[in-house]
Ligand binder design. Sequence first.
Ligand SMILES: *Cc1c(COP(=O)(O)O)cnc(C)c1O
Ligand SMILES: [Zn+2]
Length: 410
Amino acid sequence: MSYINCARCISCGQEIEALPQLTLCPHCGGLLDVVYDYPRISARFNRGVLANRVRRDMWRYAELLPVEQAPAGGLAVGDTPLYDMPRLAEEIGIAKLYIKDEGLNPTASMKDRASAMAVVKALEGGYDVIACSSTGNAASSLAGNAAAAGLKTYIFVPERAPQGKLTQLLLYGARVFAVRGDYQQTFRLSAEAIEQYGWYNRNAAINPYLLEGKKTVALEIAEQLQWQVPDYVAVAVGDGCTIAGVYKGFADLLAVGIIDRIPRLLAVQAEGCCPINTAYREQRPLEAQPENTLADSIAVGWPRNPDKALAAIRDSRGLTIEVSDEQILAAMRLLGRSCGIFGEPAGVAALAGLVKARQQQLIPADATVVHIVTGNGLKDIANGIKAVGQPHYVEPKLKAVQDILDSIDT
Ligand SMILES: *Cc1c(COP(=O)(O)O)cnc(C)c1O
Ligand SMILES: [Zn+2]
């Protein structure tokens, strides 16, 4: 049984029926939000019910999701670890730091949560083809989750997409269009094709169900912390769906009375591409920016979900911060050597932001913080190598090893 009332436009407030394929508001073109019957949910969904539930993946939270029931089959999305990392916390200078490793999802990014949802809704609507455009991870996750469900995919990515992500797409059997243009042009082309051919639309923000999938990361974080919500959650922001999803997850739990407050969100963008943070701080409408950062997953010059992202920052009393590519590469090394976790550049951008926020005293030393590592670094080896440099090349002789040890371990 589903607990959805309707879909409501966040711009004009009109309510429409929550059909399996939803895109923008038919009245004004605004973004839609899925509206739940919280009183009915809270009557049968609480901490105790969850404690006795066996299912561990993202469908564990079915009552708060836009589905009739938890689907059978599919890839095992969610149930990623939340690590307590005291040494990294001490190094950064905060009381408590948890790392949520979303790189451990089936296609190695948090986008699996949205794509698994899109696949379920497409099947519900009787579609056999799904399409999207993406900076990379949304595409590869859609291709993988669709393959597991026997659906066909058409994918549009900017030509710049890292090799690892492109390879995933092709391996999962997607038909891939690598567009000679930036993400904005890629997005536009996909929208035209989807309209023309009638495919199920998994484009970021346009389809409101994606955010419902993404919010499960917040539900998991809250449950993994025994419902003691952290003070801050640090999130990298591109289109803005991730941060909006994190906010909605906590807001849902608050609405059904399972938690008592929403953490403050730390919205981190790249210095070379920060349209959402700029609009937030300067309190003016979104303006397009160049996509000038090596963190490809957040190189989004014209974000698709600014309204929900801005609301998430505002309503959580959040903070905005920008980081340079050098700071992102440094965060990759820091996370790797202190935690044994390999994040892609966008996956660690929020950690770079957290480091900076502490240095600038924007957040207090006694804070409890969760950093979401949104994607796995193995997808983007070129930038990994940029972060770490070269090994010690030696002749196959112990003396050569000794010489190196003498020079580095003094
Ligand atoms: C998509 C993505 C983000 C940003 O999410 P948005 O919804 O675009 O803001 C951050 N990190 C990684 C690894 C991503 O794939
Ligand atoms: Zn509207």
